[in-house]
Design a protein around this ligand. Sequence first.
Ligand code: ADP
Length: 167
Amino acid sequence: MKRALFPGSFDPITNGHIEILHRGLTLFDEIIVGIGLNTAKQPMFSPEQRKKWIVEAFADEPRIQVHIYTGLTVRFAREVGARFILRGLRSAPDYEYERNIDLLNKYLDSQIETFYLLSSPETSFVSSTLVREVIRFHGHLEGLLPPHIIRDIYALYPGGKPIGNTP
Ligand code: ADP
């Protein structure tokens, strides 16, 4: 049984994350999505809301489970019985960032191996950070997030609609 942990903030989960998860399922038997609370970042959405959106996105996929965790990612991977960590790579800065985390994780627990998938051209520009900017300014979210999340977020917009024409 190959079980991987896909750790991140998922604030919110985007089509980029979802693409990596679908492709990850061709490599691993099970993937645990770990919503990590240990960064200094101030989130836009509560951990429970983030979890609900991910659970809904994979309601028909029993091989994906979603957990909220605090503390070291490698420790959480051990706790859930995952020998592998899955991460996505969009660009050279992602690589530089991931490389340091990988080296630190290996230093902390040499038994856990991290696998990387390159993002597709369609989603390589999508980040939760940019999506949060679009949300702050009430822009269109089509193509960036799954429809059920877009629906929930538009309900929070003034008038329930994004500003401007649909892209
Ligand atoms: P973190 O808070 O650790 O940066 P994120 O929630 O932003 O985590 O992302 C989790 C993982 O998903 C990271 O490996 C990140 O590089 C990857 N990821 C984020 N957006 C995309 C995307 N558009 N395509 C591929 N991978 C992505």
